[in-house]
Design a protein around this ligand. Sequence first.
Ligand SMILES: NC(=O)c1ccc[n+]([C@@H]2O[C@H](COP(=O)([O-])OP(=O)(O)OC[C@H]3O[C@@H](n4cnc5c(N)ncnc54)[C@H](OP(=O)(O)O)[C@@H]3O)[C@@H](O)[C@H]2O)c1
Length: 275
Amino acid sequence: MNPFISFIGGGNMARALTSGLLRNNHPAERLCVSDPNIEARELFAAQGVCVLSDNVQAVQQANIIVLAVKPQALAAVAHDLGTQLRPEQLVISIAAGVRIDTLRRWLGGHSRIVRAMPNTPALVQAGATGLYAPSEVSAEERALAESLMRAVGVCVWVQSEALLDSVTALSGSGPAYAFLVMEAMQAAGEKLGLDAATARLLTLETIFGAARLALESNEEPSVLRARVTSKGGTTERGIAALEAAGLMMAFENALQAARNRAAELATLLDAGDQA
Ligand SMILES: NC(=O)c1ccc[n+]([C@@H]2O[C@H](COP(=O)([O-])OP(=O)(O)OC[C@H]3O[C@@H](n4cnc5c(N)ncnc54)[C@H](OP(=O)(O)O)[C@@H]3O)[C@@H](O)[C@H]2O)c1
C-alpha cells in the first residue's frame, strides 16, 4: 500500500510534490496537507487531497511527514509536533539550512529524520534534490524518502550533512546562476542587434538544448565543449574571452560563498532557538 504522506505547510514546494505524486499515481486520499490559509487548502482540496488547518491532526495517520514550512516557521511547528510523533513515523524536512540535530531537538528527540534539499525547477518536475539521512534511518526509509522526492526530479544522496551545504550552493542556488547567465547572454545578444524576443528565445533554447545534449550524452561537458570548438573558429574566440574574464574562478568563488552562507544560516537558526 502507498504510504500516507502528510505535508505541514501547503506552499510552492508542497504543491510541486503533491502534483508530482498524483501524476505518479499516488492516491489523493493518501495525501494530506495542513496549512493555516484557506486559499492554500482550497488548491489541494480541488485535487482531492485531504486538507486540515491543524498540524497535530495532520500527522496522526501519516507514515511520512514532510515539513514544508519556511525555515523560520519550523521551530514552532516542530515543537508542537514533537510530543505527537510515533517513533516509526518518518519525517522529511525540506527546510533549507535546518540541521538534523537542531530539528531532532525541536522534535523532542525524534530520530527518523531525512533532510532533502530540492530546487525551484521542482515546480516544473525538473528538480534536482540532495538527500541526507543519519544512520538511524533504515534503507527502506531512505528508499521511501527518495521515491517521494523523485516525484519532482532527480535525487542524489550525500554521505555527510555538511555536503548538503555544498548541494545548496550548487543546485539549490544554481537556478539563479543559470538565470544570470541567461540574462547576460540575452543582453549581449541584444547589443549585437537582435531584438529582445529573439535574443531571449535563442538564449533559453540554447541553454535548454545544451543541458539536454549533455544529459543524453556519456561525455563530460568539457569534451562536448571541445567538440564544438573548432580551431580558429567563432566559439574558440568566445570561450577565450570568457576564460580571460575569469569565468571558472568566478563560479568557484560563487559556490564557496554560497556554501559558507548556508553553513552560517544553519548555525544562526540553531543558535536563534537556543538563545
Ligand atoms: N521553493 C524552493 O525552491 C525551495 C527549494 C529548497 C527548499 N525549499 C524549502 O521548502 C520549504 C517550503 O518552501 P516554499 O517555497 O514551499 O514556501 P511557501 O510557499 O512559503 O510555503 C510554506 C507554507 O506554509 C504555511 N505555513 C506557515 N506557518 C505554518 C504553520 N505553522 N503550519 C502549517 N503551515 C504553515 C505558509 O503560510 P503563510 O504563507 O501564511 O506563511 C505557506 O503556505 C522552505 O523551508 C524552503 O526552505 C524551498
